[in-house]
Design a protein around this ligand. Structure first.
Ligand SMILES: Nc1ncnc2c1ncn2[C@@H]1O[C@H](COP(=O)(O)OP(=O)(O)OP(=O)(O)O)[C@@H](O)[C@H]1O
Length: 242
């Protein structure tokens, strides 16, 4: 079974419908890019996946079990979460930011310092940066630190909400490359929201296209790009358009 499954998910905020009868099984150890216009429900979908939002209808399965909302904090430790703007603590060094989860949760990641060093190296962050503060780093470097923090405990799932949206094209490409290299050595199920068809084309194995809270198309990248089900999917996935 796929590690993350949504079954008949519908969710409405107050009067505002956000997801409608969404059923998706996210393929294990593959990258799925989620595309859709602003307001199509992408962020809501990600928050349903990590249990931040308990949907009005439908079921979420994580690692073959129904999502246990009473144990949501513990389950989320098995899902890395990376957002645009990173959310690093400004008063903590890079090292303390990356190791923060270990301290807060009182977890003993296996040799967390060694894991941190290895991740920083894979994300092209000099180890000397461990003693720096976030304001001393570029946006791309901060985003890399956020990715290291999310991956410290080697979670089987990584959820990313427009992680590279604010970066220049070259830095985006570099970080995309680092993510793909990591995916070769330590495979995991990655779900990444992006507004960029280029990013989806570069990173994804599968593409999920949402519109007004509904799934328009979910298929391999090749099928979505070569056989879009309608003109909206074609426009959202066209690398000419952006
Ligand atoms: N906390 C909230 N309260 C009320 N309505 C919300 C809330 N969060 C999102 N919505 C609404 O739900 C719908 C889906 O929003 P969502 O943020 O999931 O879309 P999105 O595709 O991620 O958008 P964007 O690309 O702009 O980030 C939108 O109509 C939005 O206005």
């Amino acid at each position: 079974m796929a590690p993350l499954v949504l079954e008949g998910i519908s969710h409405t905020y107050a009067q505002q419908p956000a997801l409608h009868n969404v059923t998706v099984a996210f393929p294990g150890n593959k990258v799925t890019a989620v595309l859709g216009k602003s307001g199509s429900g992408k962020s809501t979908l990600l928050q349903v996946l990590n249990g931040m939002i308990r949907p009005a209808q439908g079921k979420v399965f994580f690692l073959n079990l129904p999502f246990d909302y009473a144990a949501a904090d513990a389950l989320r430790l098995r899902m890395g979460y990376v957002i645009q703007g990173v959310g690093l603590f400004p008063h903590l060094t890079v090292e303390r930011n990356i190791l923060l989860g270990t301290r807060l949760q009182n977890l003993s990641a296996q040799q967390p310092e060694a894991r941190m060093d290895s991740l920083m190296t894979k994300m092209n962050l000099p180890l000397a940066y461990k003693q720096k503060y976030p304001f001393e780093l570029s946006g791309g470097e901060q985003q890399r630190v956020g990715i290291c923090r999310a991956l410290l405990h080697n979670p089987p799932v990584l959820l990313m909400d427009e992680p590279l949206g604010a970066l220049d094209a070259i830095t985006r490409e570099d970080i995309q490359h680092e993510i793909l290299q990591l995916q070769k050595t330590e495979q995991r199920t990655i779900i990444i929201i992006t507004h960029s068809p280029q990013e989806a084309a570069a990173l994804a194995d599968y593409i999920l296209v949402l519109d007004e809270g509904r799934v328009l198309q979910f298929d391999t990248k090749e099928n979505v790009l070569q056989r879009p089900v309608n003109t909206l999917v074609q426009r959202l996935t066209s690398t000419q358009a952006s």
